[in-house]
Write a protein that binds this ligand. Structure first.
Ligand code: GDP
Length: 461
């Protein structure tokens, strides 16, 4: 993942602090030096790194740490706080206009993911009872209008675009949600007309896709600035590919000077890049990151939470995202029942099976496990993780009688042989499952009682 390497390096650094009661200035310096190297290797801009490590060092040497009960943990806390700060602090939400429509303009280099983002944003907003209108003001790239049309159709939203040969103004085939703008060629006029159109037809959000170039150039900037002046948007999102590395800062500064923007959207966070852009752009431009794009499908998109990103980078586990996903997918009543069972020690293999089936619904086990604290240490195991194992586990439990599922203590040797045969597995596998179940039941019992489970690999910091 994007921050995999950085995460590993930081975890490694913190590991060296483990168990230290007091930190000497040399300990602090060593740690800060390691953090500095890790950030630079992740392509974070030098100025940002300097400011960041300066703050961490100052705080790590202060009373805040020397008086803390657990000084090394306090250092991790400080690094976390400062990471949240450079990622923009509080989560930013869209600033809607007082009177509709809210106008959102997208700007950025070609290939940054603007058109894709337009679709993601529109779909997401439509899901919240908004009626967005997409506007194709990218008339530079030959295929851009078509691409936006495809995206609009996937998102199930309307689009306003110049149709080749259309003399302008009239609605073309409104059943497809496609409206003809003025003749191709003048993106400023398309954008302006689109806003008027949105007002007339009561779309409450207008999302304007603009042209990008492969590199920053004056003409591109002027066009984007002209569109901005003409439509006076409520938000201008600067869309940037998290994979562009060192160029991120220069590009962001050029767009800030040429067009200016109200917030940043990071795309391609699913990529294998070093991710320095993410950590630099908010800090050098003073504009918050508002959304993150994490894949090619329209649903690969989420609001950006600086605190969650920081704990993901520090491998503190993105518990909040996990809980949110669990809430989306889990039947609440069912979860309550299970929690109750854990607490009263009446959790059975039958419940275990039901849980496993819920987990499958939650999507890839790998993605899930990757969000657990300490899971980075298990990355290798994760990579070897075989989803068919769940299927085998299911088969084993399904080969048990109801009585056995409810009272696993019944499972003596001969029963295990029968179950292995019935499920096409081995007795070793059956044994392993029963052991795992025992462990899970114990761990969950601790959680249900409000305790902290001992997740393998996590250990105390
Ligand atoms: P535009 O030129 O700024 O409009 O960029 P596009 O929206 O056309 O995106 C350029 C390419 O990047 C396309 O192939 C997209 O499918 C891809 N893309 C966009 N966003 C993401 C993302 O978050 N992750 C990945 N992996 N690919 C993306």
């Amino acid at each position: 993942a994007t921050f995999g390497n950085l995460s590993d390096r930081l975890s490694e650094t913190f590991k060296n602090l483990r168990g230290k009661g007091k930190l000497s200035p040399a300990d602090v310096d060593g740690t800060v030096r390691e953090i500095r190297r890790a950030l630079l290797d992740a392509d974070v801009a030098l100025d940002v790194v300097k400011e960041f490590t300066g703050k961490v060092r100052e705080r790590a040497l202060s009373d805040e740490v020397s008086k803390a009960l657990n000084p090394s943990q306090q250092v991790v806390q400080i690094v976390n706080d400062e990471l949240v700060a450079i990622l923009g602090g509080e989560a930013r939400r869209i600033q809607f206009a007082k009177t509709a429509p809210t106008i959102i303009m997208l700007a950025g280099l070609q290939g940054a993911g603007k058109t894709t983002l337009a679709g993601k944003l529109a779909k997401w907003l439509a899901g919240q009872n908004h009626t967005p209108l997409l506007v194709a003001a990218d008339l530079q790239r030959p295929n851009a209008v078509n691409q936006l049309q495809v995206v609009a159709q996937q998102a199930g939203v309307a689009i306003y675009a110049p149709e080749p040969g259309n003399t302008g103004g009239e609605e073309a085939a409104p059943s497809r949600g496609f409206f003809g703008g003025p003749k191709a060629g003048d993106p400023v006029k398309v954008a302006k007309d689109a806003v008027k159109f949105a007002k007339d037809k009561q779309y409450d959000i207008v999302i304007v896709d603009t042209a990008g170039r492969l590199g920053v150039d004056a003409e591109l900037m002027k066009q984007a600035a002209d569109i901005r002046k003409a439509i006076d948007p409520d938000e201008v999102f600067f869309v940037i590919d998290a994979m562009i590395g060192q160029d991120a800062v220069a590009t962001a500064k050029a767009f800030q000077a040429g067009v200016d923007f109200t917030a940043v959207v990071l795309t391609k966070l699913d990529g294998d890049a070093r991710g320095g852009a993410a950590l630099s752009v908010a800090s050098v431009t003073g504009r918050p990151i508002i959304f993150a794009s994490t894949g090619e499908s329209l649903d690969d998109f989420e609001p950006f939470y600086p605190d969650r990103m920081a704990s993901r980078i520090l491998d503190l586990g993105d518990i909040l995202t996990l809980i949110e996903q669990a809430q989306k997918n889990f039947d609440e009543e069912e979860s309550m029942k299970i929690a109750e069972k854990f607490a009263t020690d009446s959790f059975t293999l039958e419940d275990f099976l039901a849980q496993m089936q819920q987990l499958k619904k939650m999507g890839s086990m790998k993605a899930m496990l990757g969000m657990l604290p300490g899971a980075k240490g298990m990355r290798e195991q994760l990579d070897n993780f075989d989803e068919s194992e769940i299927t085998r586990t299911e088969a084993i439990i399904q080969s048990m009688t109801l009585a056995e599922r409810r009272t696993p203590k019944l499972l003596n040797g001969s029963r295990r042989v029968r179950i292995a045969r019935g499920s096409g597995t081995t007795v070793t596998e059956v044994n392993a499952l029963v052991n795992r179940f025992d462990q899970a039941a114990k761990m969950m019992k601790t959680v249900a009682k409000g305790g902290v489970p001992n997740i393998p690999g996590m250990g105390p910091i």
